[in-house]
Structures are given as structure tokens and as C-alpha cells.
Design a binder for this molecule. Sequence first.
Ligand code: G6P
Length: 614
Amino acid sequence: MCGIVGAIAQRNVSDILLEGLKRLEYRGYDSAGMALIDEPGKGISTIKTVGKVANLVEAANKKRASGNLGIAHTRWATHGKITRANAHPHGSSGRVSLVHNGIIENHEPLRQELTAAGYRFATQTDTEVIAHLIHQALENGEASLLQAVSAATARLQGAYGLCVIDRQQPDRIVVARCGMSLVIGDGIGGENFVASDPLALGQVTDRFIYLEEGDLAELTSESIEVWNGGRRVKREIATLSGKAAEMEKGAYQHFMQKEIFEQPQAIRDTLSGRVSEEKVLEEAFGVSAGKIFDKVKQVQIVACGTSFHAGLVAKYWLESIARMPCQVDIASDYRYRDIIVQSGTLFVAVSQSGETADTLAALRYASAHNRKHVATLAICNVATSSLVRESDFCLLTMAGQEIGVASTKAFTTQLTLLLILAIVLGRRNGLASEDEARLVRDMNGLPDLVDKTLQLDKEIRKLSKQFSDKHHSLFLGRGIQYPVAKEGALKLKEISYIHAEAYPAGELKHGPLALVDSDMPVIVVAPNNDLLDKLRSNLSEVSARGGKLYVFADEGIGLESDRSCKVINLPGCPEVLDPILFTVPLQLLSYHAAIIKGTDIDHPRNLAKSVTVE
Ligand code: G6P
């Protein structure tokens, strides 16, 4: 979602800001803007455009934008329409300019108060109140921008990552973090940077300071000072590297395609150090994890979107392998429920980004009930994320940077770790060491099986042509394959905009069968398991009503294509791996269907990679 970049240097920073915004495009946005101070006394020049960052680049080139100090932003509309005026930066009286990620919940009463005090509002955003509050604080005698930001933010309720400049103090940027992530980039020789994601600054530095909750910081070209609760604090500098290559598409047409094909390696990296040939290496969870696992009697998983589907799959593994009850909840629902926590519950938050607002809020809500939770565990792809930092312990997916909005390799690596978790808990609940050895051997074979499955790409590309005139589709799966069907449906709707619904195949008769006709493709995942015969009956129910079936089947079941049923055979695999393997062809199907529909695959309309607001 919204992205922030700021820079202060002894050179023109406009290209640095624009490059930073480009690097944040993957998060999803609808407009962009930039504010620069060129020479002291010359005022703040602001450029904003609706649509892609490329429009802002064009406008900036036309205006020959330049300045040694600047802030920039990509906006994903929450309050107020997608217009140039509502795009950030927002200012007050030509003196203050700022960019903001997050939502100010008490913006209405503040707007009324500021209007009564004589401020005129130029936008419909919640953000504009912050600019006026800071201006008011400066005019009321707060000597420094830092003090003014501190006074203004004390009035705010909600979440913010802020980056503020003042025409009369053109040698500094002040930033503030509350509920939204912000990093400072430590530049070399007289320049410093700030961004909502270190990725935005990969071209200028690899040294970062991760701000903590409640931090305020002042950046000049020569210094970085961080404050919290009125006191100067020291924050460590972390060095990040190897990010740049992940930002390139290489030979692939889209990041999503690249990320689908990176899955064998991503799974290999995720397994590495976590399993030996026949055992899970429990130490990988951290030194105190073993003692925590000893106390676990059940698991509560919370997540959003694709990560939620990973949780739904894990429930089956936790029941069958760990023999433990497991509850899975959508984070936005869980955080507002009157939850009942059974003693011995391990709380697991699953998230690619670790910055999803609802998942973070659910973790905080769970932590507030922590007397009964054994501990909170984050399964996450970003080591430096808020979720990881706020959980008791974490297990990182090693998927590498995921840029395509539609999550692919993050999902299959989340599943890999959740299976490992089920084994570790299973050990304490009767899972025999020979069963563990078999499961781990199966897992070690997974990257090659995914590789083989990816070879279906050509066949699936051909098949996707049949989706060119389709507007609706149905996905069916039974048991553990139901969440896989849900994930397949989500992928298709996210990037091809074809309406897709997933049903447990056994529910077909209870409603969805009414929708089946020749215009409704029915996509089925058919592994070789105990439920196969039941699934076969469901297929007959669809064919009998003139429905067209597309069945992804284990090659071992010997299903054959006919006029009403197109079968695509997957390599046979151990049953426990089915959910991971069967996800892959569904990702490819949605990718190719989206190509045919001509959508913007890496940036689907209205969606964001990282949903950092509620
Ligand atoms: C957004 C993304 C999805 C993702 C979901 C949860 O909706 O577009 O791809 O699954 O957020 O994100 P998380 O980072 O918490 O896994």
C-alpha cells in the first residue's frame, strides 16, 4: 500500500526519490507525489499525479524538479477519492509539507477544530489535519520541527509513518513512527534517507536503522538522531544486501511468473537448516522453542489472504500429524472477537510481509490475552518486519523478496514451515521417529517435484485460452484440498478478474450445482487419496449437467480426458505434499488466464501487496 521515501543530501535528490517510488510500486497505489526544497528561502515545490509513478517522473522531468531535500509518496486511497489533490505530500500554509502512511482515526474532530481555528482544507484526506497541526505548533512557538511534530502527533489517534519538512528549517527531515514501519537509510558522506521499506533505498545504501514504535527521528545530511518518550535513544544499524537482484525480472515477463518459477529454490532455502535427511532440526526455531513446544496443547493460527489459506491447510496437518486441535481465523475477524483462549494454546501469525495491519493487530490482541497463550510465533518472510519483532519467536520463510501482488512462493514456503511445525509438535504427541523420518524424506524431495510440476507450464498455457471468454468459475477440492481450491480461486480472481468461487466438493449439491452450465468452468484438484472415489462422483455430477471440467489429477489415478473433462496429470507425490504440489498448476492457470485477459498482472487493480491499513 502507500509508500514513503525521503532524502537529504548535498546533491539533487529527485531521481533518488522517484527511483525509490518505482521500487515501491509493487505494494499497490493509485497516485504519487513529491515535494522538494531547492535553495533555502525558495519555498517548497510540489508535484503530484494520478496513476503510475511514470506519470510523476514525466511531470518531474517537465518541471526540471530539483532539490537537496525532499519527500515522496505513493498513495492508496482510503479517505477521499483518487485525485491529484488527495495525493501526498500535503501541506499547510506553504510552510509545512508531509507524507503519511496509515490512518488517523480522530481526523474528523481535529478537522472541525482546525477549521474553527482558521485553517482551510484543500483535500478530503485524513492526513491533512497532521500538516495543519504541525503548522499550528510551529506558529504557536515550538522552536524546532521535531518539537512541533512531537506536539502534533500527541494529538493523533490511529496509525502513522510520517515524514515532514519545514520551509523555514530546510536542513532537516523529521520522521515519526506509530503502527507503520519506517526505516532510515544511513548514507555515505553527507546524505541520509528514509523509507517505508528498505527496498526503496537499495540504490543508495545498504545500512538501515529500523525505527521502533513511538520513535521520532531528525535527519540532517550529516546526522541521524532518534528520540522516544522525550529521550534520545540509540538504534542499531543493520546491513542488508543481495536485495538488488530480486528487484529484476530477468528473462521473465512478470514478477509473478518469476516467483512461481523460483519456488523449487525458495522451498530448498526454507528447508535448509530446518531439516536434516530424516529429522526436523528443532534448534532452528530458537533456543527456547523446545521448552515452549513442550507446553503446547493446541494451536491458534491467524492470517489474511493467501497466508490464511496456508493456515487452513496447516489445520489438517496439525490434526493428522501432531494430533492437536487447531483453530484458524481471519485476522480482521479474530481481532474483534471475544476470544476464549484455552490454556496451552500456541498463537501462530502467518504473514508474507509481516506488516499486514489486521494480522499485527490480531497478534497484539492475542498478546494482551497472553496469560493463557504459551507463546506467539510468527511465520513470516521479512526478518525485520513488525510482526517478527513483536512475536515471542519466529520462523522465517526463505522465499526472498516477493514483488508480485498475488502471493505465490510465499504461500508454498509458508506451507513448508507449517508442515515442519506439525512434525515438531507431533513428536511430543506420539509421532514415531520412523514416521518423522518418512515425512522429512518426503519434504526433501519436494523441490524436485515442484520443478517437475512447473514443466506443465506449456500445457496449462494452452488450456488457459479456454478461459478467454469466461466470467465465472468454480474451484472444487475435498478435505485438505479445499483450501488449495480456495487459493486457486483467489489467484484467478486477483489477477484475471474472473469471478472464482471455491467449494468443498462435497457441498456441490447444496447450492453451487445450480450454477453449473457450459459457461462455467469447474476446476478440480484430484490427488490420489482416500477421498478420490467421492471426488469422482462429484465430477460425474458436474458432467451430467453439461459443465466443463478441468481436473488437475495425480498421474497415478488414471483419469482420462474426454469431451466434458480435460485432465492435466501431475507427477505422483507423497500424500502429505499434495497441497503444496497442487497449488502450483493453479498458480500457472491464473497467470496465463490473466495474460489472455490482458490485465496488469504484477499490479492488479484495487489491490495492494502489503495491506498496512485496516
Ligand atoms: C494482500 C496481498 C495478498 C496477501 C495478503 C496478506 O491482500 O495482496 O497477496 O496474501 O495481503 O498479506 P501478508 O503479507 O500478511 O501475507
